[in-house]
Design a protein around this ligand. Structure first.
Ligand code: RIB
Ligand code: CA
Length: 315
């Protein structure tokens, strides 16, 4: 089966690292052309270092390019309360043995997309700053983009504020550019990612594992249970893994094409993704595929299986 070309744009970030691990476990189906970083969960320096550390720890030779250090217009606000001061739940990995491939994610994205014979799927799981700049500065890439599988937004309530999800809240103008672009988008919003994750006992078992990948992911995910990020202390969403899971197992999800507008005000509603959920309004396929439901148990089973599988792959 032909592998899907993907580039993951991320702000690692605990769930970003789990999503990267999940993608690496599926390299038989996903051809990871590169990883680009964007400021979000932590500063651009920290999230880029984290990406280098993890790929080095896994001995994976994947190109990493550093992206934007701040939103298009707004001030940068880190989410250190959720991901810790170092962005990895304060879990410490050795210094990376690999070098940054590029310090310009935008030109890396342009060059990689334009030079790919097959179309490329983008998987943004942080603020959309890099992606917005890419399509504005180099619109010629659009025709070689297969799909944009976004973790971001929500059809029902936020997490950074009561109505805005963090990735969109962090850079609303960038999100508006992307959602208004008519690119083929799949949106994994909080309305499904809050039911896409692992139970506390799964995390505890991972943390006690002797495998490189499972111990790293488990120990980082334990950090989530220190905050109010989890459901009644029993279940943690792994938001970013959803954007990868959809590419591999779309049958786990339900979706509807719906219009998505982004609130770019300065008010409490900043970063709200206003989704037209009226079921009598029919939006055609040029509108985003907004995920509306997920098979939580299958999601959990596949993710756990693949994290343990990557243990074997990285040795
Ligand atoms: O709201 C969840 C999103 O914000 C995830 O991408 C997480 O990594 C943080 O960036
Ligand atoms: Ca993220």
């Amino acid at each position: 089966m032909k592998r899907r070309n993907i580039i993951i744009d991320c702000d690692p970030g605990i769930d970003d690292i789990v999503a990267l691990s999940f993608a690496l476990a599926n390299e038989d189906k996903l051809n990871i052309l590169g990883i680009t970083t964007v400021a979000g969960n932590q500063t651009i320096e920290k999230v880029t270092t984290n990406a280098l550390k993890v790929m080095s720890y896994y001995n994976k030779d994947i190109k990493i390019a550093m992206g934007q250090k701040r939103p298009l217009l707004r001030e940068k606000a880190a989410a250190s309360n959720v991901h810790g001061e170092n962005g990895m739940g304060d879990y410490q990995l050795p210094e990376p043995k690999i070098e940054l491939y590029s310090d310009n994610a935008i030109t890396f994205l342009r060059d990689t997309i334009l030079s790919s014979e097959e179309k490329v799927t983008l998987v943004p799981v942080g603020p959309l700053t890099n992606i917005a700049l890419l399509i504005k500065v180099f619109p010629e890439v659009i025709e070689n983009i297969e799909l944009v599988s976004i973790m971001g937004g929500s059809t029902s309530g936020g997490n950074r504020t009561s109505c805005a999800e963090f990735n969109i809240w962090a850079d609303p103008e960038a999100a508006k550019i992307v959602f208004d672009s008519k690119l083929p988008i799949v949106m994994s919003g909080l309305n499904v990612t809050h039911s896409s994750g692992l139970y506390k006992e799964d995390v505890e078992k991972l943390a006690q594992s002797t495998g490189k990948v499972t111990e790293l992911c488990g120990k980082m995910l334990q950090y989530y249970f220190k905050g109010d990020h989890v459901k009644e202390g029993t279940f943690t969403p792994i938001h970013d893994a959803c954007a990868i899971m959809y590419l591999l197992y779309p049958e786990l999800f339900e979706f509807k094409h719906m219009r998505v507008d982004v609130d770019c005000s300065e008010e409490l509603s900043r970063g709200n993704t206003i989704v037209d959920v009226r079921d009598w309004i029919k939006y055609d396929e040029t509108y985003p595929r907004v995920l509306t439901n997920v098979d939580t148990e299958k999601f959990r089973e596949i993710l756990l299986n693949d994290l343990y599988k990557l243990d074997e792959m990285v040795g």
